[in-house]
Design a protein around this ligand. Structure first.
Ligand code: GTP
Ligand code: SPV
Ligand code: MN
Length: 596
C-alpha cells in the first residue's frame, strides 16, 4: 500500500503540521529510524480499511469467519511477545529516588543513549506512522494529548479503537502545543533488545522490540498511567488503574463507582456486568474498564473520566454467562490477538462454552500437549461504543461524580468478600496493602501473591511513598471524598472451589457498598475495617457452599496479624519517604488485632 498521506522520509519537504516542534520531532525520528516513508494518520474509516487490507496481504492479520464475525480479524503475535514486560520497563527521571523502589530506573541520558542506538535504522524498509491522539473526550478540560510514532500498522488500527485518534486530536494538539511524545518500533522483536522507557520530566516515552498492548499502544499504560500519574501528582489529581461504572437502582438513582483491581482481576467484567434475575430493575452503565482520571471539582467532589475510547480486554473466560455484553460486542468490528480457531474459522478460547479449537494461538494444529488453545492473555480490541451498557455520560467533558472507590485483588485466602475502610486515611492504607496473585497479563510466574498497591504496581510512574502521600493529601478537611472499600471475588475452599459465584452476582456486593454510601445499612466493626452483617448481603437464589457466606463475611485474626506484619515490612521498604500517617494507620490496625 502507498498511503495517500505519505511523504518521503525524513519528513519530506511539506510540513504536515503547523506545530514546528511536532514536525521537527517527526523529522528527527524518521532520520534516526531511517524510515522509508512517513504517514500522518487522520483516523478515517478509509485509512483503517487500507491498513487492514495491507495487513491481510502481509499476513499481519487474517480474516475470521465473516458470516459469524463480520469485520473481525485475528493477529498472532510473536510467541515471545504476548504480555507486558515489567522487568524491561523503566522510569527514567533525573533522581533515582523519585522513581522509587517500585520502578526500575535508568538515568535519562543513559536511557536515551541505550535506546536510541536500538532505534538507529530500526524502520528501514518500513513506513513510519504518526498517530495524534487525545486521551479523554475531545472537548474535556481533563483530557490530555499525545502523538505516537510507530512502524506497526497493528498499533495504528488498535490505537484507532482505543483512543480518539486522527485529525481532531491533531487540531487540539496544534492549539494546545503540549503533548506526550511516544516513539515506538517493533524492530526485530528480539526480547534482548526490548525496552519500555518513560521520561516523565520530558513528557516522552520510547518503546522498542514489542508489539504487545501495554508495551506498544503508548496511549494506554505508558501515557495514561505512568506519565499521567507523574503529572497528576504535580497538578493535584489522580491517574488510576480503575474501571468506572454507574449503578442505577430500580428507583432510578445512579451511583458511580471506581474500582482498582490488578491486571486480569475482573475490571472489564465488573464494568459491564449484567444484573442477575434476582436483582430486578437494576441497570449497569459502563464508563471505563481499565483507566480512570480523577479530578476534584469546585465543590470538592471527585469526578472521573475514562481517558480511553475502547477496550483491550482479556478474551479467555468470556462467555454468554460470565460477560454477555462483552461476548456480544466482540462478534463484529473486533481485533482478536492470540486466540485459537475453530474448523470454520471462528475465534475460540478457553471457557468460550461453544465450539472446539483446531488451530492454536501459535497457528499450529491444536494439541492439548502444547498447552492452552488460546493464550491465557489473548485479548480483544473493540470500540467502547459497541458495548450495550455504554453510558451516555462516557463522553461527558466533566465526567461523573464518584461515590465509592473499591480496591480488590485475587486472594484465595484471607480477604473477605467486602469491607469498608474506616476513613480516607485508613482507606489509603487498605489500598497500599493490596496484594494479589500474579496473572498472565505480565510475563513471569502466574499465581504468586505479591503486593500491588492500588493495582498500580506496574503503572505508578513515581515513588509509591510519594504517591500515598499524594492520596492522603486529598483529604484536606473540605473535599467530599468517596468512601473506600476492598473486595475479593476469588476466595476458595480447600478443594480450590470459588466461594463466591462472581461476575453478575457481584452486583449483590456493590449494592451493600451503595447502601453504606447512603447510610442505609449497618456494619460490623472489626480491626481491619467495617464488614457486612452476613444477612445484609442478598444471597437469594444463590447456590453457595455450606458455610461460604460466613467465611466470606468474617476475618481470621491470626491470619490478619501475619498479613499486617507483611504489610508493615513492605511499607518499611519505602524508608523515610513513607508518610507518617500511613504508619500510624498501620499501628492502629495492628493494635486492634492484638486486642481482638
Ligand atoms: P486487565 O485488562 O488486564 O487490566 O484486566 P481486568 O481487570 O479488566 O480483568 P478481566 O475483567 O478481563 O478479567 C480477567 C479474568 O478474570 C477473566 O478470565 C474473567 O473471566 C475472570 N473474572 C472476572 N471477574 C470474575 C469474577 O467475579 N469471578 C471469577 N471467578 N473470575 C472472574
Ligand atoms: C493490563 O495488563 O492491565 C491490561 C492490558 O489492561 S495492557 O494494555 O497490556 O496493559
Ligand atoms: Mn489493565
Amino acid at each position: 500500500m502507498t498511503p495517500t498521506n505519505s511523504v518521503p522520509a525524513p519528513g519530506g519537504q511539506t510540513a504536515k503540521t503547523t506545530l514546528a516542534a511536532l514536525q521537527q520531532w517527526v523529522n528527527d525520528s524518521a532520520s534516526l529510524c531511517k524510515a522509508d516513508s512517513v504517514h500522518w494518520c487522520d483516523g478515517s474509516e478509509e485509512e483503517n480499511q487500507r491498513l487492514t487490507e495491507m495487513m491481510l496481504e502481509t499476513g499481519d492479520l487474517s480474516e475470521l469467519n465473516q458470516n459469524k464475525y463480520p469485520n473481525c480479524y485475528l493477529h498472532l503475535s510473536d510467541p515471545s511477545d504476548v504480555a507486558r514486560v515489567e522487568h524491561l520497563t523503566f522510569v527514567c527521571c533525573e533522581n533515582e529516588d523519585d522513581a522509587g523502589p517500585n520502578n526500575h530506573w535508568m538515568a535519562p541520558t543513559d536511557a536515551h543513549q541505550k535506546i536510541d542506538a536500538l532505534f538507529d535504522g530500526a524502520m528501514q524498509g518500513r513506513t513510519m506512522y504518526i498517530i495524534p491522539y487525545c486521551m479523554g473526550p475531545i472537548d474535556s478540560p481533563y483530557s490530555r494529548l499525545g502523538v505516537e510514532i510507530t512502524d506497526s500498522p497493528y498499533v495504528v488500527i488498535n490505537m484507532r479503537l482505543m483512543t480518539r485518534m486522527g485529525s481532531q486530536a491533531l487540531a487540539r494538539i496544534e492549539q494546545e502545543k503540549t503533548f506526550v511524545k511516544g516513539l515506538h518500533s517493533t524492530s526485530d522483536l528480539d526480547p534482548n533488545k526490548r525496552f519500555i522507557m518513560h521520561f516523565p520530566e520530558e513528557l516522552s516515552i520510547k518503546s522498542i522490540g514489542s508489539g504487545y498492548g501495554g508495551n506498544a499502544l503508548l496511549g494506554k499504560k505508558c501515557h495514561a498511567l505512568r506519565i499521567a500519574s507523574w503529572q497528576a501528582r504535580q497538578e493535584g489529581w489522580l491517574a488510576e488503574h480503575m474501571l468506572i461504572v454507574g449503578l442505577e437502582s430500580p428507583e432510578g438513582d445512579t451511583h458511580y463507582v471506581a474500582c482498582a483491581f490488578p491486571s486480569a482481576c475482573g475490571k472489564t467484567n465488573l464494568a459491564m456486568l449484567i444484573p442477575p434475575a434476582s436483582q430486578p430493575g437494576w441497570k449497569i452503565w459502563t464508563l471505563g474498564d481499565d483507566i480512570a482520571w480523577l479530578h476534584l471539582d469546585d465543590e470538592g467532589v471527585l469526578r472521573a473520566i475514562n481517558p480511553e475510547a475502547g477496550y483491550f480486554g482479556v478474551v479467555p473466560g468470556t462467555n454468554a454467562k460470565t460477560n454477555k455484553n462483552a461476548f456480544d460486542m466482540i462478534t463484529s468490528d473486533t481485533i482478536f490477538t492470540n486466540v485459537a480457531l475453530t474448523a470454520d474459522n471462528q475465534p475460540w478460547w478457553e471457557n468460550k462454552a461453544e465450539g472446539e479449537p483446531v488451530t492454536d494461538w501459535q497457528g499450529r494444529e491444536y494439541d492439548p500437549a502444547n498447552g492452552k488453545a488460546a493464550h491465557p492473555n489473548s485479548r480483544f480490541t473493540v470500540a467502547a461504543r459497541k458495548n450495550a451498557s455504554y453510558s451516555s455520560l462516557a463522553d461527558a467533558p466533566d465526567g461523573v461524580p464518584i461515590s465509592a472507590i473499591v480496591f480488590g485483588g485475587r486472594r484465595k485466602e484471607l480477604a473477605p468478600l467486602v469491607y469498608e475502610a474506616k476513613s480516607w486515611r485508613h482507606g489509603v492504607l487498605v489500598g497500599a496493602g493490596v496484594a494479589s496473585e500474579t496473572t498472565a497479563a505480565a510475563t513471569g510466574s502466574v499465581g504468586v501473591v505479591r503486593r500491588d498497591p492500588m493495582a498500580m504496581k506496574p503503572f505508578c510512574g513515581y515513588n509509591f511513598a510519594d504517591y500515598w502521600n499524594h492520596w492522603l493529601s486529598l483529604d484536606n478537611g473540605t473535599n467530599k471524598l468517596p468512601k473506600i472499600f476492598h473486595v475479593n471475588w476469588f476466595r476458595q475452599d480447600k478443594e480450590g472451589n470459588f466461594l463466591w459465584p462472581g461476575f453478575g452476582e457481584n452486583l449483590r456486593v456493590l449494592r451493600w457498598i451503595i447502601d453504606r454510601c447512603d447510610s442505609n445499612v449497618a456494619a460490623v466493626e472489626t480491626p481491619i475495617g467495617l464488614l457486612p452483617n452476613s444477612k445484609d448481603i442478598d444471597i437469594t437464589d444463590l447456590d453457595l457452599l455450606d458455610g461460604a457466606i460466613d467465611a466470606l463475611t468474617s476475618i481470621d485474626v491470626a491470619q490478619w496479624q501475619a498479613e499486617m506484619a507483611s504489610v508493615a515490612e513492605y511499607l518499611e521498604s519505602y524508608g523515610d519517604r513513607l508518610p507518617k500517617a500511613l504508619q500510624e494507620e498501620l499501628e492502629t490496625v495492628v493494635k486492634a488485632l492484638r486486642a481482638a
